[in-house]
Design a protein around this ligand. Structure first.
Ligand code: HEC
Length: 118
């Protein structure tokens, strides 16, 4: 009984701060306008740490180097894995689930996927 109430309170709390569960499916092929949208989000929120070309040459916070998003080790990760990191954050990487919608998270990932081709 008590656990049910606690579980309900946790769910309610999560709903109030607007948390969504992490997205797990793979991306559909994004349209150029979605990638463009993603670029705007990237330049606004991500460039400070990840660098203009995603080379990981932004601020070096707390010792952890921001991931080089163009590295094969990042690019070969699944959409689901990268969306999870964007959504939930990881170490010095802040979570974006409160600031970005699911569509925005997907758009910014679509943009990151284009960085390797430069
Ligand atoms: C405060 C600095 C900071 C900001 C701002 C930031 N990141 Fe990160 N990001 C990091 C760090 C540090 C890591 C490496 C985390 C780790 O693995 O320890 C990382 C990792 C990642 C990864 C995972 C790479 C991999 O190989 O698994 C992705 C994807 C990513 N960031 C995307 C983004 C996006 C998209 C934004 C903007 C919405 C963003 N980041 C903003 C610091 C930042």
């Amino acid at each position: 009984m008590t656990t049910k109430i606690i579980a309900a309170a946790i769910l309610l709390g999560a709903a109030l701060v607007g948390e969504r569960p992490a997205v797990v499916e793979e991306q559909k092929k994004p349209s150029p306008s979605r990638i463009d949208q993603g670029k705007k989000i990237y330049l606004k929120h991500c460039v400070g740490c990840h660098g203009i070309e995603g080379q990981g040459d932004g601020y070096k916070l707390l010792g952890a180097d921001p991931a080089m998003l163009t590295a094969p080790s990042t690019q070969k990760k699944s959409d689901a894995a990268l969306l999870k990191t964007i959504h939930e954050g990881k170490a010095a990487m802040p979570p974006w689930n409160i600031r970005l919608s699911e569509q925005e998270e997907r758009d910014v990932l679509a943009y990151i996927r284009t960085l390797r081709r430069r």
